[in-house]
Design a protein around this ligand. Structure first.
Ligand code: SAM
Length: 848
């Protein structure tokens, strides 16, 4: 039985429990679910390879989400228990055997998606683990390049190590779009990150160095370390994110003291060593023994040499002075001596300005920390406020107006430039629904990693709570509000991806298509030699500099997403990607093709009926999108030959558009709609004008990564304000007055309830009087009297129960609960109030 760990990485968190509940084999399943939610690659895939699939939760998710009869192949070193609709086998993905087995299973099909969640058996040194994982990623990329179709997707896990940027650079050369992201279900403490590479460029030829770990992970010269800073600022300990130096896997470094005396760079030694040893080896250095016996070599100096890591600035100065004295005794050349003296003076002199500088730095650091903690506090408070706001919203006490507004646009003097800070603190990520924060590709591992560590669990919790509360609110709202439900359904149907037409792989089809593919391959191979030049790979990775004069390191740096679109950078000559792909629709023909496609897409839009102008812009957009989808699916259908079964629109949304005599029964209830209706009726505006009006600045808003609650709220306001005429406003006012004159629903309900109770009472009375009538021992008069009595009793209102007034004085003062000696209903009153009321009554009497 697994032991439940409460702390650390092994913590069994909500994803673990959720996975258990849903029947997934691992919590990792949610990582794929969340990645797919963001990038939607599974729904569109028909052939998928899952590398390193055990225990198989990703395969389970793929089988659930991908179209029926898709081909899913999973492979792992460990055995995978059978999963319905999934082929799995045991193999090492780095071997040729694995490639051959995959080929057998895929026959001639190409994969739409290749997943890789591989992790080597971690637990050795971190650097080793990270490197092995990076190598595994490269191996999986190798397989992906073999099996992926053009435009396919490759999803991989990477550890954020020093090889991360190199891998990202390779991905960027092979795929159109590369995005690194960390799904919410991935633990904050984990260095893993997921990279989703879309649009495989499928180059015909590729330099093998692209996939060769030796050249991809080749060491790049690092800048010279600032040893001086290390010596004079020993308290600031930088974490070794980079791991160990090559060939040096220890943390303790020692050198003989004679080396320190002789060295020309004593500061470097003091900065890197743990100990200067006086130990004399047999047949060792004579100088070592002499230094140890010198009177200058005091106990204090020995103690300092014993543990350099604990020394302060004064101790380092002492050691440097001592070194100079020893050098003098040893009689180094006068020039050298002079130099050394000068140097020592410099060294000592240098300390002074550094002191000041350090003080300033320390002060700045302190201020920064103060500022950070203040901001953190503010954020926490803000989150709490938002939470309260949502509770109020759920109780229908407010609208979701203000939530998130302050983060939409920071205010203040340098508001524009605070975004970075906000991002640093993780707020941007949280704004983006707390889901997945796109991780910048920029090589700022150090700060990035530190940020990751600094993530505030309390804040995370608040964010999660906020989200789940909003979801609950939405659920409740959709349960109780039919209009909201209809709106939501319309929105969703707009987003729907029309992929249901895939019929899956029947054996016959497989054979057929495989033949087709074989032929295609043969064709393409032929053509590739002469005309597919652009798809080949020409980069010489061994070159240090790219054609544009940039070093590979610089090219990698400028290749990051953040530099995209910056003037001048895009046209840096000599793209060193190494892959020449067909240039993207820049030719006039291509442009023409794209415009005709656009025109085609717009055509059905123009034919669309204007139903209600007061509808949300976003809704209209969603509907238009849906129409576009429909059109494109038609075209796809024509191309692929698959039969599509169209959704019957008449089965949907009946409650949102009521019909009357076969036409939509539209009730114009806003002044805007009335104005438009008047303009349409009087011919001031045409249908086309209305359609044109709909293309405005809100039509194509960038909503990527914005949280749902924010969008829901923003959609209410992100719409054009249309002018209304006085006549229209008056007409609507009149209409509303008439509407208001009708009894409201609640009053009607109360009346109906009253009626119902009265009918029930009457029924009872009828039964009783019928019994009385049949009573044999009574005269007719007696019977009539009893019935009258019964009726008058029923007609009488029940007397209200008396409420005892208890004055809160004496023993009753400040008590909670029922006062002694009181029965039935009671009310505690203030003695003062009672007196006042009596006084008022007396005064009123006197006046009379
Ligand atoms: C994190 S698990 C994968 C979890 C999986 N995605 C899921 O959803 O269940 C990592 C897997 O990588 C596998 N692995 C590591 N190195 C491998 C290799 N060289 N070939 C195949 N699988 C490997 C391990 O056996 C392990 O099962």
């Amino acid at each position: 039985m697994p032991v439940q760990k409460k702390h650390g990485k092994g913590r069994l968190d909500k994803w673990y429990h959720l996975a258990k509940e849903k029947g997934y084999r691992a919590r990792a399943s949610f990582k794929l679910i969340q990645l797919n939610k963001k990038f939607n690659f599974l729904e569109k895939s028909r052939v998928l390879i899952d590398l390193c699939a055990a225990p198989g939760s990703w395969c389970q998710v793929a089988a659930e989400v991908m179209p029926p009869n898709s081909l899913i192949v999973g492979v792992d070193l460990a055995p995978i228990k059978p999963i319905p609709r999934v082929i799995s086998f045991q193999s090492d993905i780095t071997t040729e055997k694995c490639r051959a087995t995959l080929r057998q299973h895929l026959k001639t099909f190409k994969a739409d998606t290749v997943l890789h969640d591989g992790a080597p058996n971690v637990g050795t040194a971190w650097v080793q683990d990270a490197f092995t994982q990076a190598e595994l990623v490269l191996q999986s990329l190798k397989l992906a390049t073999d099996f992926l179709r053009e435009g396919g997707t490759f999803v991989t896990k990477i550890f954020r190590s020093k090889d991360y940027n190199s891998l990202l650079w390779v991905f960027q050369q092979l795929f159109e779009k590369v995005e690194a992201t960390k799904p919410p279900s991935s633990r904050n403490v984990s260095a893993e990150i997921f990279v989703v590479c879309r649009g495989y460029k499928a180059p015909k030829r590729m330099d093998p160095k692209f996939l060769d770990s030796r050249s991809v992970f080749a060491e790049l010269a690092a800048p010279a370390p600032n040893n001086e800073a290390k010596v004079f600022n020993p308290e600031v300990k930088k974490r070794k994110r980079e791991g160990y130096e090559e060939g040096d896997y220890t943390q303790f470094h020692e050198a003989p003291v004679s080396e320190f005396i002789q060295t020309t760079d004593p500061i470097a030694m003091l900065g890197s060593l743990n100990k200067l040893s006086f130990e004399q080896k047999p047949n060792g250095d004579v100088a070592q023994a002499t230094i140890a016996k010198l009177p200058d070599t005091t106990d204090e100096i020995r103690a300092c040499c014993d543990d350099l890591k604990v020394l302060g600035r004064a101790d380092f100065k002492r050691l440097l002075r001592w070194r100079l004295r020893v050098r003098e005794i040893f009689g180094f050349s006068s020039k050298q001596k002079k130099n050394e003296e000068e140097k020592a003076e410099e060294e000592v002199a240098e300390v002074e300005p550094m002191d000041e500088e350090m003080q300033i730095q320390e002060e700045m650091q302190r201020l920064r920390e103060q500022d950070d903690s203040r901001k953190k506090k503010e954020r926490r408070k803000e989150n709490e406020r938002k939470q309260r706001e949502i509770v109020r919203m759920q109780l229908h006490m407010t609208t979701p107006m203000e939530i998130g507004m302050e983060q939409q646009g920071p205010s203040g003097e340098d508001a524009m430039f605070q975004l970075k800070q906000v991002d640093k603190a993780g707020a941007l990520g949280k704004i983006a629904k707390g889901k997945m924060a796109i991780v910048e590709d920029k090589a700022k591992e150090q700060s990035g990693d530190e940020d990751e560590d600094e993530s505030d669990p309390e804040e995370d919790l608040l964010d999660q709570e906020l989200e789940s509360m909003y979801e609950q609110y939405q659920e409740r709202k959709s349960a109780s509000d039919a209009k909201y439900r209809a709106k939501k359904a319309r929105k969703e149907s707009g987003k729907e991806i029309d992929d249901d037409d895939f019929e899956g792989f029947s054996d016959g089809e497989k054979e057929e298509s495989s033949e087709d593919e074989l032929m295609e391959d043969a064709d393409s191979d032929e053509s590739s030699d002469d005309e597919d030049g652009p798809k080949s790979l020409v980069t010489d990775l061994s070159k240090d500099k790219t054609e544009g004069g940039l070093t590979r390191r610089a090219a990698m740096f400028f290749d990051q997403d953040i530099f995209k679109g910056i003037d001048g950078l895009d046209d840096v000559p000599g793209d060193d990607s190494g892959i020449d792909v067909a240039s993207k629709s820049t030719s006039p023909e291509d442009k023409k093709a794209s415009t005709t496609k656009q025109a085609k897409a717009e055509k059905p839009k123009k034919e669309a009926k204007v139903v209600e102008e007061s509808e949300d812009e976003s809704e209209e957009d969603a509907e238009e999108d849906a129409e576009e989808d429909e059109w494109s699916s038609d075209e796809e259908e024509a191309k692929s030959g698959f039969e599509t079964v169209k959704r019957d629109e008449t089965q949907w949304d009946h409650d949102s558009i009521p019909m009357k005599d076969g036409r939509p029964d539209i009730d114009i209830i806003t002044a805007e709609a009335m104005t438009l209706a008047q303009q349409l009726a009087s011919g001031k505006k045409t249908k086309e004008d209305l359609l044109d009006d709909n293309f405005n600045r809100y039509s194509h808003r960038d909503v990527d990564g914005l949280p749902e609650w924010f969008l829901d709220d923003e959609n209410k306001h992100a719409r054009i304000q249309r002018p209304v005429t006085a006549a229209a406003a008056a007409a609507i006012k009149e209409k509303l007055r008439a509407l208001n004159a009708r009894p409201i629903k609640k009053v009607q309900e109360a009346k109906a309830r009253k009626k119902f109770h009265a009918a029930q009472k009457l029924e009872k009375l009828k039964k009783k009087s019928a019994l009385l009538e049949n009573e044999e021992g009574m005269t007719e008069k007696e019977k009539a009297q009893s019935i009258v009595k019964l009726m008058s009793r029923a007609a009488k209102k029940k007397p209200k129960k008396k409420v005892a007034v208890v004055v809160a004085r004496g023993g009753n003062r400040g008590i909670s609960g029922r006062p002694k000696g009181t029965k039935g209903k009671y009310k505690m009153v203030d003695a003062r109030l009672k007196k006042d009321i009596r006084g008022m009554k007396r005064a009123a009497k006197k006046k009379k």
